[in-house]
Design a protein. Structure first.
Lengths: 156, 285
């Protein structure tokens, strides 16, 4: 078996690979949106921590609205047509105990992904969002198979 | 049965959240307005700070070419000017590229072993010429040996150079810039102190935003694009550290950077197939 190129997706980063590769990350209240082109058979993943850039600091992909747009742009630069792109969304666990809706980052992160993907009319073929646990995910960019495992809070 | 009190409570909570969201929206609107102004400012800054140094570098090197071998002293002084201009240019460009890299999501950690004392002394060495030109001097203090510290050398260098360059730029002449290095149980702390203009508590919230310069007048003697601190903030976050700021008339302005000892290497972080298959609790999506 050929050893696949392995990439860990840091928070605030975007990774895209046109060659078969394994992308992995660990999520708490963060969200990873995975996009995949079902014609060209390649894809990428982002990992954002907050839903919206509020003008503070740099406009980096640690904010959902920026991370999703940039990942999509990268896909299109790499030759994808938007109608061939499908999405899988993971994360958004409520790992910080809080009942206040406004500060429930995990839920708001998840909503941002669903809203934006709907706006772009990108089909979500699988997702695991919310709950009280963290997650580990591993994506194969050649076939869009994603291994998903729940992890306890202290391991994040 | 619906409990009226509970509904009232929920309603009050929702109104509170709504008000907070509205405040955020107002702030964001204001920032968007400012962003447009920043953008035009940024372009004029670029021409000031990139084209001007280039012009002087070209002019000076042309002069050197026209001089004879006997004018070695003149050549030396011109080369000195070229070095300073090129140094500033290099610094500005590195900041612009670093910010662009962060914004495009290509901000990976590259952890290596750093001899912390040598590392800091090397950076001070690079910047001492710049400090001398502004009649400033460094005072370096340690509470540690030349310990090894696992960190991203490139990013740590950018953090320290930016902080020290800021300290040089915003100092009143003939003062010292204090650099203090502390070894703590859970990491390292770098403190950089300068005597100059005080940063007010309101301003201290703004300085980490990109393109923000407290003195925005076009004739401002303070160079830069207002990128330095926004890069520092993102890098420190990536290195899982903290920034502190203390600014008053008595002790000057001190930026503190606390960084934890990082252990994980990228290879360890990567989640393997076998790793996830180890137990049966994993799902395939």
């Amino acid at each position: 078996m050929v050893e696949l190129h392995k990439i860990y997706v840091y928070p605030g980063n975007i990774e895209l690979s046109q060659k078969p590769a394994l992308l992995s990350t660990i999520l708490g209240s963060c969200i990873a949106v995975c996009l995949w082109d079902n014609k060209l058979k390649f894809g990428g993943m982002n990992h954002y921590m907050l839903p919206l850039w509020n003008g503070e600091g740099l406009a980096s992909p640690k904010y959902g609205n920026i991370a999703i747009e940039k990942l999509l742009k990268k896909m299109i630069w790499a030759g994808s047509s938007i109608e061939n792109i499908e999405a899988k969304v993971f994360g958004g666990g409520n790992i910080i105990e809080s009942t206040n809706g406004l500060y429930n980052i995990g839920v708001r992160n998840g909503e941002m992904a669903l809203t934006m993907l709907k706006e772009y009319e990108i089909k979500i073929t699988a997702s695991s969002i919310g709950g009280n646990l963290g997650r580990k995910i591993l994506m194969d960019t050649s076939d869009f198979k994603i291994l998903h495992k729940y992890i306890e809070k202290q391991n994040i | 049965m619906i409990n009226i009190d509970e509904l009232k409570n929920q309603n009050a909570q929702l109104i509170l959240e709504n008000n907070e969201a509205f405040d955020l929206l107002k702030k964001l609107n204001q920032k968007l307005k400012e962003a447009d102004a920043f953008k035009s400012h940024f372009l004029s800054n670029i021409s000031n700070e990139i084209i001007n140094p280039f012009t002087s570098i070209l002019g000076l090197s042309q002069n050197i070419l026209s001089l004879g071998k006997q004018d070695i002293e003149q050549i030396h002084s011109m080369a000195n000017h070229i070095y300073t201009e090129a140094f500033d240019l290099d610094f500005q460009l590195r900041n612009i590229f670093a910010a662009a890299k962060i914004e495009s999501g290509e901000n990976n950690l590259e952890l290596v072993n750093i001899q912390i004392k040598d590392f800091v002394e090397e950076i001070i060495g690079i910047l001492s010429l710049k400090a001398e030109r502004n009649s400033l001097y460094f005072e370096l203090n340690y509470s540690l040996d030349n310990e090894t510290f696992v960190c991203d050398a490139g990013k740590l260098k950018m953090i320290l150079i930016n902080l020290i360059m800021n300290a040089i730029t915003f100092s009143e002449p003939k003062n010292k810039i204090g650099i203090y290095l502390e070894s703590k149980k859970d990491g390292f702390k770098f403190s950089i102190t300068n005597i100059g203009k005080i940063i007010s508590p309101e301003d201290s919230k703004l300085i980490f935003d990109r393109f923000t310069k407290l003195d925005t007048s076009i004739n401002s003697i303070n160079q830069g694009h207002g990128l330095g601190l926004s890069i520092i903030k993102d890098y420190v976050e990536l290195l899982e550290g903290e920034i502190s700021l203390l600014s008053n008339k008595k002790s000057g302005t001190t930026f503190g950077i606390k960084l934890p000892r990082l252990k994980s290497k990228e290879g360890d972080l990567f989640i393997d197939n076998e790793d996830i298959f180890m137990d049966s609790e994993s799902d395939l999506f």
